[in-house]
Design a protein around this ligand. Structure first.
Ligand code: ADP
Ligand code: ASP
Ligand code: MG
Length: 426
């Protein structure tokens, strides 16, 4: 779909600069220098920019100072301005170093999205404008994070969405590589800002990167990885501040399979518990049907063993617990009383003080005992597990927020992720 837009396929290099890399005029100048250097090497260069660091947060705070639940369309009109400023400054910085550049906003490039404000999905990109720029010897500078819907409304792609803009533009132009320049020099075994022993991964599979991103590793937005996988875009995560080689995100066939590749944590979920729900067919369908109607994406679900109801009558009752994103909590609160009434719940409890800790690795498919080792490690550090979920290549445990750093570091040690894969036991 995106590839149908291709009209030229010379070596196009897409370079995306994140918030920290755009954090000051000096840093913008340095990013502009990188783009010019790539052009001087003979590439046609497209630059995607994020807002200057802290700017998107500042804009969202302004909105919430005006009203606690801002209108989503207006929120996008506001938050997209951060990237507008950044793209114009980047074009000027390139020009000031003797280069030629043009900046483009989402609507100018016809980055067409659906109309889900604040989490829009890209449908198509019209590459014509970029090709005109490239043909004129310019560096095309594109405002990340934003698009436009069919009715001309400004949309945004969700937090961290400039990564997705970059990969989508790279796919639309058949770029030879999409370089993601950020404040760390690649994808690590876990967040290097939380674990000092984190080790840089040279090559990681799409599948593992997808899991890590969806489980909280914000180094790449999950949708950018999905898109890279779907369109076969080579993605290279690198540091803006060094020339170190970074991490290549690639198909899994050429990779050595390690049991645990990385650890992710996510503090953005909340736990909701419906206590004393009638235990009979249809109850769980009622709860999650209603939540789905209100657009709440539920992550983990646990149903406790039934107990005889406290009155001693024959009816059984159970507790149903689920987790959902903190950003969905307002919508949960809007419907939870109606749900509780319908399923006969005695009470509802919310807990926002939780973190999900996950281990990810393709090798889990063929190794037994990985989950057990995770549970044992957490237990040995006195960390209580509140819920568990698994897939073929990951195990996630819900713990109290205060244990996040301890859990990540303990698991990193237990799985010996500080060592090169060949030197790890089992
Ligand atoms: P940018 O503004 O460049 O998009 P982000 O803050 O969105 O940067 O993403 C980079 C950050 O991701 C790093 O500073 C790091 O704290 C965090 N991070 C979390 N998990 C990982 C990981 N496994 N590898 C590298 N960085 C990670
Ligand atoms: N500026 C946006 C954000 O902070 C998009 C991005 O940085 O990728 O979420
Ligand atoms: Mg980011």
């Amino acid at each position: 779909m995106l590839r149908d837009e291709v009209t030229s396929s010379e070596t196009i290099v897409v370079q995306k600069f994140g918030g920290t890399s755009m954090g000051s005029i000096e840093r913008i100048r340095s990013a502009a220098g990188r783009a010019l250097a790539a052009q001087a090497q003979g590439h046609r260069v497209v630059v995607i920019v994020s807002a200057m660091s802290g700017e998107t947060d500042r804009l969202l705070r302004l909105a919430r100072d005006v009203t606690p639940i801002p209108d989503a369309r207006e929120l996008d009109a506001l938050s997209a301005t951060g990237e507008q400023v950044a793209s114009a400054l980047m074009a000027m910085a390139i020009q000031s170093q003797g280069g030629r550049a043009r900046s483009y906003l989402g609507h100018q490039l016809k980055i067409l999205t659906d109309n889900s404000f604040t989490k829009a999905r890209i449908r198509t990109i019209d590459g014509a404008r970029v090709f005109q720029s490239l043909d004129a010897g310019e560096i095309a500078v594109v405002a990340g994070f934003q698009g436009v819907d069919e009715d001309g409304n400004i949309t945004t792609l969700g937090r961290g969405g400039s990564d997705t803009s970059a990969v989508a533009v790279a796919a639309a132009l058949s770029a030879s590589v999409c370089e993601i320049f950020t404040d760390v020099d690649g994808v690590y075994t876990t967040d290097p800002n939380v674990c000092s022993k984190a080790r840089k991964i040279d090559r990681i599979s799409h599948e593992e990167m997808l899991e890590l991103a969806s489980l909280g590793a914000k180094v790449l937005q999950i949708r950018s990885v999905e898109m890279a996988m779907k369109h076969g875009v080579p993605v290279h995560v690198r540091s803006s501040f060094s020339s170190s080689p970074g991490t290549v995100v690639t198909g899994e066939s050429d990779l050595e399979e390690v049991v645990v590749t990385g650890i992710a944590y996510d503090k953005n979920e909340a736990r909701v518990m419906l206590v004393g729900v009638r235990d009979q067919p249809g109850v769980v369908a009622d709860i999650f049907g209603k939540l789905a109607e209100h657009n709440v994406s539920v992550d983990m679900i646990i149903q406790n063993v039934s107990v005889a109801d406290r009155s001693g009558a024959a009816a059984l009752s159970t507790d149903v617990t689920f987790t959902a994103g903190k950003t969905d909590l307002t919508r949960v609160r809007d419907v939870i009383d109606a749900i509780a009434k319908k399923v006969g719940a005695e009470s509802v409890r919310f807990d926002e003080d939780i973190a999900k800790i996950s281990i990810v690795g393709l090798g889990m498919r063929s190794h037994a005992g990985v989950a057990a080792k995770m549970f044992r490690t957490l237990a040995d550090h006195g960390i209580n597990i509140q819920a568990i979920s698994t897939s073929e290549i990951r195990v996630s445990c819900l713990v109290a927020t205060k244990y996040t750093e301890l859990a990540v570091n303990a698991l990193h040690d237990a799985f010996e992720l500080d060592k090169p894969p060949a030197e790890r036991a089992g």
